[in-house]
Design a protein around this ligand. Sequence first.
Ligand SMILES: Nc1ncnc2c1ncn2[C@@H]1O[C@H](COP(=O)(O)OP(=O)(O)OP(=O)(O)O)[C@@H](O)[C@H]1O
Ligand SMILES: Nc1nc2c(ncn2[C@@H]2O[C@H](COP(=O)(O)O)[C@@H](O)[C@H]2O)c(=O)[nH]1
Length: 379
Amino acid sequence: MGKAPAFFVDDVQRSFSNGFDLKLKDFDSAVAVGNKTYVICGTDDPTSSGVRILNKLTGEWVIPTVLGTKPESFKGHSCVLLNKDRILIMKHNSKSNESVWFLEVDTQFIRDQKKKLGTEVVSWSKGVIGNAKRPLVISGPSGVGKGTLINMLMKEFPSMFGFSVSHTTRAPREKEQNGVHYHFSERNVMEEDIRNGKFLEHAAVHGNLYGTSIEAVDVVADAGKTCILDIDVQGARSMRASSLEATFVFVCPPSFEELEKRLRARGTETEEQIEKRLRNAKAELEQGRSPGLFDHVLVNNDLDACYEQLKNILGISESMNTVPTSPSKVFDLPVDFSLSKVNEKILINHGAAEQKVLDLSSMKGGAPGRTRGLEMYVL
Ligand SMILES: Nc1ncnc2c1ncn2[C@@H]1O[C@H](COP(=O)(O)OP(=O)(O)OP(=O)(O)O)[C@@H](O)[C@H]1O
Ligand SMILES: Nc1nc2c(ncn2[C@@H]2O[C@H](COP(=O)(O)O)[C@@H](O)[C@H]2O)c(=O)[nH]1
């Protein structure tokens, strides 16, 4: 592990002309953004927020609300400021697919969160080499067959699709496994996680809380798979308004009577719950027709026919279930290096003949999710 981080002199300061002295510990680094200096702590302490901010005008230190999944350890790293709104951090002595992180300090997401929370806010976003597949959002009333269709897709195309495992406060059904079907949560824990910005969307559905965590979608995308989200119409609406560019499919029953028959035949809900779900289904079926919300509406009458239609929407056929995915090449990054920025390229400088480059020209996404579309290559 390299000792002190290499600094890029234009962005990083250790003391200020106004007399405030910035004392940094080993492995910490500091990046100036306007009147503030962001100190990124290279500590293993899991209780540490990892970031503190010095207001250079007043000399006051602020511990910000830190959103996103923070990296485990930042011992030995280099950083550079991008567009005055995020800091790129690259870990020394690491694999290229694990090395790139962004600390967003003034992006639109951060400005929105500052307004909402009334505190200083920063957010981590992991950098991902390559692009993610477009996620699939499936909505429809309870009992229409969403889960059945999703299981068929996952069984036929296991290497292509992965399921976004939601959090819920409802009790597990027989045979449902924690972490597989849902992350079953206590309400107070889930509410706390929502406040801490861990969810892409959440909604109260049939009297319980349900939500899609940032992590649930990102782990599937990181595995190079298309992420399938089974969420209610409120969740679909939130996702439509977010930066998640998904395909939105609404599944309808052939009739209300058939929906009731399926829900009862499934035998997983009490009479009271069935009645609640059927009442909610009426509103959901109306909302499913909201203009601009869903890209496709499927009627699940004959299951096999509906499944074929879903595959047509996704542009997939049987022959594709063995198509290998081609992961990006993984590099070993040196034990020490500095970074310099040339337009949208970051040069990774470590005194060797070969020049490694991180190309940000197709960068997209960002907090609260991953930052994708990065390329790393050797010149
Ligand atoms: N086309 C179909 N014809 C007849 N039965 C079906 C059809 N599709 C699904 N089913 C059955 O209907 C029941 C409800 O399906 P499923 O559990 O997949 O619904 P869901 O939309 O995922 O419900 P929820 O939102 O409550 O999780 C299941 O018993 C399933 O086997
Ligand atoms: N908004 C969200 N809705 C979700 C999520 N996960 C599931 N759901 C929807 O809840 C109902 C009921 O599900 P059940 O498993 O209790 O039958 C169903 O319509 C699901 O689509 C979520 O993360 N967010």
